[in-house]
Design a binder for this molecule. Structure first.
Ligand code: WT7
Length: 668
């Protein structure tokens, strides 16, 4: 692991919100925040019990004991519980509660299709009806509390509906991003063995048609062949705008058209009251070894945490129209497309398409069309749009915008400024939210209007979050410092385990620095207490805000029949943040050709998904290894970024000669 110090790319500037903004903000000074923050860490049980009481609980947890935890591997099993004994339902709180309060006619979901001109909307009452019908279908096919249901769908209204329908009956959803390949989908299905898979015939993303059901059939065949698992039902949404029924591969009995069955079920369905600690969902994420990790979140703490972070980090007010460009296949879509906003009764815009289709002005056209007030996206999208210049932005008014958000990777100060000045007309604070699949919700984030922003810094911890910056020996550092970012205590949204592998949960996150949760990120804390995230310190690459394990890409590459060995490192990439640079050794006697490079890249697309395709393949007659056989990635990173004068000590290599060979192959 290496920690890096990152300095702002020019002199540090402070950006404070306007007086007008502050006047109507939920919180408007650092002092106000400091008092609440102090209370949240001095008395977490009191603070979070009070926060949780705004939701509906069928029965309460023991008030004085909202949580118990052990984050120290030396003291036994790692265990976190929040609101245990309390009974609730997140779907009830996100939907029914608002309908019962007389707000059923308010718009819950707005949908904008891939192609301009196609749109839809659902009020809270309509959403409730749709959710209930699907819950009833799931019950009818035998899904019970605690069963897993896999979801492989694009950004249709049916995706959040599917998540809520599972939650309503206590089923555990496992959403797989619809950009994953058949092999990745199969791997995830085989890990959690759902009886039902919810999917879609196909979808258009930009100008491209993606035949999702073909990928699903391939995945389900692999599940039978590789793991002897078959799903009972594959409920398929007929996406007429993309592909015809006749063109969709079909297996009678197993496959069912959504529209043929779901609307026939009643629009009311009783809620399954669950314990706060009953599982809500699994979401697979990449780690430093090949096998994806099934991050397990439970109900009560996740509900309270996503709702509260959403409200404060975006200064949410009744009437806001909120748009997050993330896909529900990632944690951002779980916490901040579906649960957090709906728990606040927000109007949420769901966009099926991509930011630059049909042109670079699409996002701002949508902002104006729906009068979006809060816009949340990723630095990679900002950088991509920035390349098309200011005109596509300025062509649209964007007057409705009030708050902007950023997530997924550190935002470079120049992209931050463009986002602030051009997109937000220097009027909208930017919430640069640092968090992870594992944390469930925002951890370090500005609260707009509360304190001045510094471009590139996620600023200060959210209520109840206690960061610790530690050195390589796990010693907590004080004041201004650089090190590894850990957490000293639990917060309600933290994941409770890795599905089926609690031991891996403990060794990955709690064993590296005893007594702490380790995030895997490096960071710097400045003189004002602001945090500056500097990226992953483990073998994980962040490509366009997507987490990809180097080991996953390596094992996909060596699945190619002509590849003998592979080593993958991240390199700086202008738009994607990081790109994937792969060193590949071929089998004895195989010729190194350009065709073979393309074939290796398509192997990775097939094994993982297009988003994990390497940006460069570097032929490697040999890889730099220590005498014990460990690949020295430090050297590979230098070669990949062409820092050839600065390779460091190579004398510990088993064969220092490979370095010269690799440099020679740079040109091939
Ligand atoms: C990793 C988590 C959490 C939603 C999206 C990604 C990086 C995320 C920021 C940010 C700097 C960030 C970290 C983190 N990251 N947001 N605002 N500033 N880095 O979720 O796939 O679980 O990835 O993304 O490296 O560890 P994820």
């Amino acid at each position: 692991m290496e920690a890096e110090c990152v300095v702002a790319d020019d002199a540090e500037e402070l950006f404070d919100a306007s007086e007008t903004f502050k006047k109507s903000a939920l919180l408007s000074s650092r002092e106000q925040y400091a008092a609440l923050y102090k209370n949240s860490v001095d008395d977490p049980d009191g603070f979070w019990s009070h926060t949780a009481s705004q939701f509906f609980w069928k029965s309460k947890w023991e008030e004085s004991k909202a949580h118990t935890e052990n984050l120290d591997v030396r003291k036994g099993e790692i265990r976190v519980e929040w609101f245990k004994g309390g009974c609730t339902n997140i779907c009830y709180n996100a939907v029914d509660r608002h309908v019962e309060a007389g707000r059923g006619d308010d718009v819950a979901l707005l949908w904008e299709g891939n192609d301009p001109g196609f749109d839809m909307k659902l009020t809270y009452k309509e959403l409730l009806d749709r959710v209930c019908q699907l819950s009833n279908y799931l019950l009818a096919v035998g899904i019970k509390k605690g069963d897993t249901v896999a979801i492989y769908m694009p950004m249709l209204l049916e995706l959040p509906i599917a998540m809520l329908a599972c939650a309503r009956i206590g089923a555990v959803h496992s959403v797989v991003f619809a950009g994953f390949s058949a092999e990745s989908l199969a791997q995830r299905i085989l890990d959690c063995k759902p009886k039902v898979l919810l999917t879609t015939s196909g979808v258009k993303r930009g100008p491209k048609l993606i035949k999702l059901k073909e990928i699903v059939d391939d995945a389900l065949n692999r599940c039978v062949q590789e793991g002897g698992h078959s799903v009972d039902y594959c409920l398929t949404y007929d996406n007429k705008l993309a592909i015809k029924r006749e063109d969709t591969p079909w297996k009678e009995k197993r496959d069912v058209w959504w529209q043929d069955v779901v609307p026939n079920y009643p629009t009311d369905c009783p809620v399954e009251w669950v314990d706060a600690e009953d599982p809500l969902f699994l979401l697979y994420t990449s780690g430093s070894t090949g096998k994806p990790k099934g991050v397990l979140h439970t109900t009560g703490g996740y509900m309270v945490y996503t709702a509260t972070t959403f409200k404060h980090a975006f200064d949410y007010h009744d009437g806001d129209v909120y748009w997050c460009t993330a896909d529900c296949g990632w944690i951002t879509g779980h916490s901040y497309v579906t649960y957090g906003p709906l728990l606040n009764k927000a109007t949420v815009l769901i966009f099926e398409g991509v930011p630059n289709y049909p042109d670079a002005g699409r996002c701002w056209e949508i902002v104006d069309k729906y009068h979006v007030t809060i816009f949340y996206t990723a630095p990679t999208a900002i950088r991509a749009l920035m390349r098309s210049g200011d005109e596509p932005v300025k062509r649209h008014s964007r007057k409705s915008l009030r708050v902007l958000g950023s997530v997924g990777e550190p935002i470079n100060p120049s992209a931050w400024r463009w986002y602030f000045e051009v997109v937000g007309d220097s009027r909208c604070p930017i919430a640069d939210t640092w968090w992870q699949t594992e944390t469930g919700g925002f951890m370090i984030t500005p609260l707009p209007g509360c304190w001045p922003l510094k471009p590139g810094s996620a600023t200060l911890p959210f209520f109840g979050v206690q960061p610790a910056v530690v050195d390589e020996n796990g010693k907590e550092l004080d004041g201004e410092c650089t090190g590894f970012l850990c957490m000293k205590a639990s917060w309600p949204g933290i994941f409770r385990s890795l599905y089926g592998d609690h031991a891996r949960y403990e060794t990955t996150y709690f064993a590296p620095f005893k007594g702490f949760y380790f995030s895997g990120d490096g960071c710097r804390r400045d003189k004002d207490g602001y945090y500056w995230l500097t990226g992953r310190v483990d073998d994980v690459i962040n490509v366009s805000g997507h987490r990809i394990g180097t080991a996953e890409v390596e094992s996909a590459l060596v699945a190619h029949p002509l590849a003998a060995e592979a080593a993958v490192v991240g390199i700086d990439h202008e738009v994607k943040g990081q790109g994937i640079y792969a060193f590949v050794t071929l089998n004895e006697g195989v010729e190194y050709t350009a065709d073979l490079k393309s074939s290796l890249i398509s192997t990775v697309r097939c094994q993982i998904g297009a988003f994990a395709a390497p940006d460069a393949i570097h032929w490697a007659p040999g890889l730099p290894k220590t005498r014990s056989g460990k690949i020295m990635r430090r050297i590979l990173r230098k070669i990949a970024s062409k820092q050839l004068d600065d390779l460091g000590d190579i004398s510990t290599l088993a064969d220092p000669g490979v370095v010269a060979q690799l440099i020679e192959f740079t040109e091939k």
